[in-house]
Design a protein around this ligand. Sequence first.
Ligand SMILES: [Zn+2]
Length: 72
Amino acid sequence: CIPCGHVYGRSCLEKWLAQCGKKSATCPQCGKMFRQKNIINLYAPEIVVPNNDLEKQVLSLRDKNEFLENQV
Ligand SMILES: [Zn+2]
């Protein structure tokens, strides 16, 4: 995680920093500058990326399931 809050794999961030050729680079998503020493390791068992389409699909399937349960 970099200070702006965006999350990347550490190896990707290191490649990105090397590509920029210095100890600081800008976030690919928001353009905010960060330094190598500002990278924070996140030890999360699982990372979930919010996906609106997937969430809508789940809600739609839940409704359908409820409808079918009521029919039975
Ligand atoms: Zn950012």
